[in-house]
Design a protein around this ligand. Structure first.
Ligand code: ATP
Ligand code: MG
Length: 258
């Protein structure tokens, strides 16, 4: 699988060579690659290759795909019955969702990797880090002082807010899916993202995302009130459509509230 994917991106003239694996996770492995700057605009890139279907740990579909309707009956049935074809489609939907979400969020100026190209099994995206080191996950990042920890919390909540106002709830946000590089955070790993306008579990997923982030910062000595933050964000988002654009900034909610 990996070789086929590498070959594809090499043949397409998007990458020049694979430098090294960055990490293998539950659902995918990510490789640092030398990109072709003429076709990608990047020197280095990250190639995320989803594991073959039988090795992938499928998340709770009913939770994440709530409110989405698949028009084509053949596909709907295959998905419901979890046939081989259904799982194939499922895998494609998963990758497609990450790809689309990266596009939408990147276009909206949210700190996520820039998506470059995708296949049914892989996504080539901008790389966060340098030749020697990939950006560490927030989980293992050591801030220099409390001030920096507070700043990272503030950035994290702002990104959750920004995503929400672009109708995206991450759904699996944690200190493992936030990277820190040169003082700025980036959010990654978005295949399970949900649209709060459609998904009835979005509010609960948002609350869980905020809670996991706040728990991390609490362990690093900066306490906050995740319930209140999540509630305020949700309320602000719910009413945002009613508020004129010019006034939206006044609705912003910070880690300390208000
Ligand atoms: N664009 C990127 N730039 C630098 N590193 C990245 C990038 N994308 C992913 N990584 C690294 O690869 C790891 C795995 O990526 P990702 O979380 O998207 O995959 P995953 O298989 O869902 O992982 P997990 O199961 O651990 O959540 C990340 O934690 C991060 O360390
Ligand atoms: Mg991850």
């Amino acid at each position: 699988m990996h070789d086929e994917v590498f070959e594809h991106f090499l043949d397409e003239g998007l990458i020049e060579r694979v430098i090294r694996p960055i990490k293998s996770g539950k659902e995918a492995s990510v490789h640092l690659v030398r990109a072709n700057p003429r076709t990608t605009g990047e020197e280095l890139a990250a190639l995320k290759i989803y594991h073959p279907l039988d090795r992938r740990d499928f998340r709770d579909e009913s939770l994440y795909r709530d409110g989405e309707f698949i028009k084509e009956r053949r596909i709907r049935v295959a998905l419901e019955k979890k046939t081989r074809f259904g799982r194939e489609v499922q895998g494609g939907i998963w990758v497609g969702r990450e790809w689309e979400t990266l596009h939408a969020l990147f276009a909206a100026g949210t700190p996520v990797p820039r998506p470059i190209e995708a296949t049914d099994h892989a996504i080539l995206m901008s790389y966060i880090g340098d030749e020697d080191d990939a950006a560490p996950q927030l989980h293992r990042y050591r801030a220099t002082d409390d001030q920096e920890v507070e700043d990272l919390l503030e950035q994290s909540i702002r990104v959750v807010e920004r995503m929400l106002f672009h109708d995206v709830v991450h759904g699996d946000l944690s200190p493992f899916n936030i990277l820190v590089w040169e003082g700025r955070i980036s959010v990654i790993d978005l295949p399970q993202a949900v649209d709060p306008k459609k998904n009835r579990h979005a509010e609960a997923l948002l609350a869980r995302d905020v809670e996991r982030v706040c728990e991390h910062f609490a362990r690093r000595g900066v306490a906050s009130d995740p319930r209140r933050i999540a509630d305020d964000l949700w309320t602000a988002w719910t009413f945002a459509d009613l508020v004129p654009e010019e006034l939206r900034a006044t609705l912003e909610v910070g880690p300390s509230g208000g």
